[in-house]
Design a protein around this ligand. Structure first.
Ligand code: N01
Length: 543
């Protein structure tokens, strides 16, 4: 398309592809699409690169996928980069993104501090007119949303929050220049991955920390390790194999489970397999034990019991241990996202750390001085809202995206997201989303998904250009069939049995649906490329 074509009185820049978001997904799109000769721009709401790693700068924020799984697999990137830890923190991840930026020369095509607020499809020109916060407009033939799964944070509607006289922040909107916990009384609401990480940091300096737990997190041993250059030099000899494995793996990792059921082995063998995975650390205990742990309730319970023993062995007070790891599982193991911990459980043995079980003593309101539960009021200087996200769909639906049928995306997905292949939705032509609903997303390592799903997007856009397709759009029939496929896969798993963000169940009023594709990355990609081979079946193409 022509650049800077006149649109009415205003000069509106015109480009081939607008990418929204400068995290792993968006940067990969920018790099690959530019290589294919497209004119591309990235609009990024944050002031820097990294997506969630720009926003997640709360104390203790670190990734829980290990190195080298959590990085791009491009050799020209990994060969010159070394990490200091197996699970790097947000600061090191930001340095990595700066390095990637320098190597691939990305920033020149990124508009920072530019939050996309709306987009409207113009049927005459088959292009999107996209608006950003400060009145900026751009016209793009195609738009690829790479907003990630956590672009819309969630603060519960707590009564009295506005009256709180201390300082409070949601973890994803943490002040970029930090916040000192030293000597402060800190309350943490929420025990997901963010809450676990904040406690581990806050407990170092704060005078007192109270964790408000509604559902216990099933946190696994991180088994963090320092990494030196020599170790990585050795590791790099196997990187090509590791990246091949991650492409072929269910969740985009290098973790493989046994092909045995947890129920077909002896108690001794079961414990050995569990223990070995536990010692490997990270998500090995989640997805690297027996193949049927997330499918079969009996097998699942065995994993839960092993995990529970590990927790009880570390917490001195048996009442607190029971609150953290109850006899009856709060939900099947692993169907709500586990997090990784280093000393989370040990901290509950410290004098200045306490746990409030909100199931027993519900939170009534936030007061001027602290938090009131049914057991009384506790005073705080700082409140941390580690209360999660309107995940996956929230980030897309908060943008005023107007398609061709008089509906916004928010209206279309009011009763649940509908997509074809988890990449496109009917009524919204020339629009794709990476890491969106009904694709592997939260079930897949981020960088793997950014590359694998990303490669398919690049191929799709290149094929459309080569075949002079002006407009492509998912069909409703294809959406229905993808939905049926999702339901049939879901019914074979235990994921529906937890009120998790995977199921949209963490947000009051949000439709309950599995937001992630549960068939694994390989099956997913197979279907994407089958559609390609069949001339993009499930899409209407107009020249
Ligand atoms: O959010 P969450 P998160 N009253 O939704 C509680 C990724 N991530 O930011 O479970 C009281 O998991 C809620 O309770 P319940 C990772 O994929 C990765 O921690 O709904 N409590 C829950 O405990 C992760 O899964 C990394 O009963 C309320 C917590 O808030 C995802 O992001 C780091 C409440 C929310 O937990 C989200 O993690 C951080 C209420 N009204 C995040 N409402 C790493 O890579 C909610 N809660 C390390």
């Amino acid at each position: 398309m022509n650049q800077n074509k006149r649109d009415g009185r205003n000069a509106v820049e015109e480009i081939d592809v607008l990418v929204v978001g400068a995290g792993f997904g968006g940067l990969y799109q920018l790099h690959q699409l530019r290589k294919e000769g497209f004119s591309v721009k990235v609009y990024e709401a944050g002031a820097g690169l990294g997506g969630i790693w720009h926003w997640n700068c709360y104390p203790g924020a670190r990734v829980d996928s290990h190195i080298p799984i959590y990085e791009y697999s491009m050799e020209n990137l990994w060969e010159g980069w070394n990490w200091s830890e197996r699970f790097p923190d947000w600061q090191e991840l930001r340095r990595y993104f700066e390095y990637v930026d320098k190597k691939l020369d990305l920033s020149k095509d990124i508009c920072f501090n530019t939050r996309v607020t709306g987009a409207e499809f113009d049927e005459d020109s088959n292009s999107w007119l996209v608006q950003a916060g400060d009145g900026l407009q751009i016209r793009a033939h195609r738009v690829v949303f790479c907003t990630g799964f956590a672009a819309k944070h969630y603060v519960p509607d707590f009564e009295g929050l506005d009256d709180f006289k201390g300082v409070w922040h949601h973890t994803a909107l943490w002040p970029q220049d930090g916040l000192d916990f030293k000597g402060k009384r800190v309350g943490i609401i929420g025990t997901g991955a963010s809450g676990v990480q904040v406690l581990q940091e806050a407990a170092k300096d704060a005078a007192q920390v109270t964790v408000f737990q509604r559902t216990p997190i099933l946190a696994l041993a991180m088994q963090q390790k320092k990494l030196d250059k020599e170790t990585q030099l050795e590791m790099k000899k196997h990187y090509l194999d590791t990246y091949k494995l991650r492409r072929e793996n269910f969740g985009g990792f290098d973790i493989i489970s046994s092909d045995k059921s947890a129920m077909e082995v002896s108690e001794e063998e079961r414990q050995e397999v569990f223990e070995a995975s536990w010692q490997k650390g990270g998500f090995n205990f989640w997805s690297g034990t027996f193949w049927d742990v997330l499918l079969n309730e009996e097998s699942n319970l065995k994993a839960y019991e092993f995990w529970r023993k590990k927790v009880h062995a570390r917490v001195n007070d048996p009442i607190v241990a029971e609150q953290l790891a109850p006899l009856t599982p709060p939900h099947p193991f692993g169907v709500k996202r586990p997090s990784l911990e280093q000393n989370y459980y040990d901290l509950f043995n410290e004098e200045h750390v306490s746990l409030v079980n909100l199931k027993e003593t519900p939170l009534k309101k936030i007061t001027a001085n602290g938090v009131k539960t049914s057991a009384g009021e506790q005073e705080f200087d700082i409140l941390v809202m580690a209360t999660g996200f309107d995940a996956v769909t929230g980030g897309l639906m908060q943008i005023d995206i107007k398609g061709t049928r008089g509906k916004t995306l928010k209206e279309k997905w009011e009763f649940g997201a509908r997509t074809h292949l988890g990449v496109a939705t009917a009524g919204f032509p020339n629009m794709l989303f990476v890491y969106g609903p009904q694709s592997p997303t939260g079930f897949c390592n981020g960088p793997t998904c950014a590359e694998e799903q990303g490669d398919w997007m690049v191929k799709c856009l290149t094929d459309m250009r080569e075949n002079k397709v002006q407009r492509f759009e998912a069909t409703e029939d294809a959406e229905e069939s993808w939905n049926r496929h999702m339901d049939s896969l879901l019914s074979k798993t235990l994921f529906g049995k937890a009120d998790s963000w995977y199921m949209g169940a963490n947000i009051p009023g949000k439709p309950r649906q599995l937001l992630m594709y549960p068939g694994g990355l390989q099956l997913y990609l197979m279907q994407c490329y089958e559609s390609t081979s069949a001339g993009y079946s499930g899409f209407m193409l107009n020249k």
